[in-house]
Design a protein. Structure first.
Length: 195
């Protein structure tokens, strides 16, 4: 049975928590304005889609050839979610960025291949939520596109809100981080529910 709400909670929290993509997108939007930062965000989307496709193929191959790996993937996925919850809960609103970075399409795309958060996001979502219920090429392609769009949407949102989002996050850091951490703990626990 596909647990849509758990899947979406995991995807959106992972996509919208601070990370390299989101912080650089916001920094570029603050420095250059939203319109001039769009090319960087389109690069993020392109790179994210490429990484997501590779991770989908890897996860599907591993899952189909090693069915016993499911329990291990659940444990590692839950451990990662708990680690992410702890990091989110402990994180601050320190958004210092390097003002000299170029906001190009290529820099946004290349960043994705060196961003471990994306690999973990992709493999966790695929192996724990999608592969147990979906095995068709069309379904996996659809989920790959969905994961790419959700994942890259975080950078667009952080860029769009720029300084306004930064101020809100700084003002309500403890509350926002606590809510996100609790939701991640819920996602980790829900991996072991039957049904």
């Amino acid at each position: 049975m596909f647990h849509l709400y758990d899947f979406l909670i995991y995807c959106f929290i992972t996509a919208y928590t601070p990370g390299a993509n989101n912080l650089l997108s916001m920094s570029n939007a603050i420095r250059l304005g939203f319109r001039r930062s769009i090319q960087f965000n389109l690069g993020i989307l392109a790179g994210f889609s490429a990484v997501m496709t590779v991770c989908t193929a890897f996860s599907a191959t591993l899952y189909s050839y090693l069915p016993r790996v499911k329990t291990g993937m659940q444990i590692l996925g839950a451990a990662y979610m708990l680690y992410l919850a702890w990091k989110v809960w402990k994180s601050s609103a320190d958004l210092h960025t390097d003002g000299g970075k170029e906001a190009s399409f290529i820099s946004g795309m290349i960043l994705q291949f060196a961003n471990p958060k994306i690999y973990i996001y992709a493999i966790t979502a695929m192996s724990l939520y999608i592969l147990p219920v979906c095995h068709s090429l069309q379904g996996l392609t659809g989920f790959t596109i969905l994961l790419s769009l959700i994942g890259a949407s975080g950078s667009f949102v952080w860029a769009l809100f720029g300084a306004a989002f930064c101020k809100f996050f700084s003002k309500h850091t403890r509350l926002v981080n606590t809510v996100m951490a609790i939701l991640l703990v819920y996602c980790a626990a829900s991996l072991f529910h039957n049904g």
